[in-house]
Design a protein around this ligand. Sequence first.
Ligand SMILES: Nc1ncnc2c1ncn2[C@@H]1O[C@H](COP(=O)(O)OP(=O)(O)OP(=O)(O)O)[C@@H](O)[C@H]1O
Length: 232
Amino acid sequence: MIDIKQLSFKWHKKQAIPTLAIPTLTIEQGEQVFLYGPSGAGKSTLLSLLAGINKADSGTLTLLNTDINQLTNSQRDKFRADHIGYIFQNFNLLPYLSPLENVMLGCQFSAQRKQKALHKSSTLAAEASRLLSALGITHELQTKAVAELSIGQQQRVAAARAFIGSPEIIIADEPTSALDTNNREAFIKLLFAQAQFANSSLVFVSHDQSLRHLFQRTLSLMALQEVSNASV
Ligand SMILES: Nc1ncnc2c1ncn2[C@@H]1O[C@H](COP(=O)(O)OP(=O)(O)OP(=O)(O)O)[C@@H](O)[C@H]1O
């Protein structure tokens, strides 16, 4: 599903030490992984490589049997649109659009995801509404402007947008940092339910280690890289 081998990435080519050096990592289809590490460890950098936003300097990063390091920029953009749902730390919603419109935008760049959404419901709007309801956004809220929603509600909209069209990989970058502990756990459980329903793998990044017990598997980014340092 996700398979990394000898991955190395530097933000600046003159850096002596790579920002990230991961000798090996495999994440199976449907796995729910909690990735943690201190600030500056490279969590967001790794997510940007997984999402094909940036390209590794060396090594292989195979997602769904495709080494995305071998793709051109536009091929990586298409791959991301088809196969990856991304929940951003700041949600990246369009505030003047409604939750329904924001969620439908999740299919905007992918005919494949649109088709998958239309297998689940008769229209894209119906599928967006189904997902929003499953994530706790009532019908009444679904047509308001997103800017009128609370942070916790916006976060649920961002999650519904990531899940529309059942992408195989869901990436969540610190999506719970604005919530209190009870709401964090409740939100993560909603994510799990949706990920299981779609059989998506979930890679969830956080500093907050109190959340790790909820996940099937936890990965320390520092430990992943120590293996690399030890093997040099
Ligand atoms: N766009 C960029 N250009 C240059 N260097 C960057 C860029 N983004 C991150 N870095 C550097 O890469 C390293 C890893 O940063 P990254 O944001 O991946 O860490 P993180 O673990 O996600 O941190 P945090 O938990 O604080 O968000 C840091 O030293 C950072 O300064």
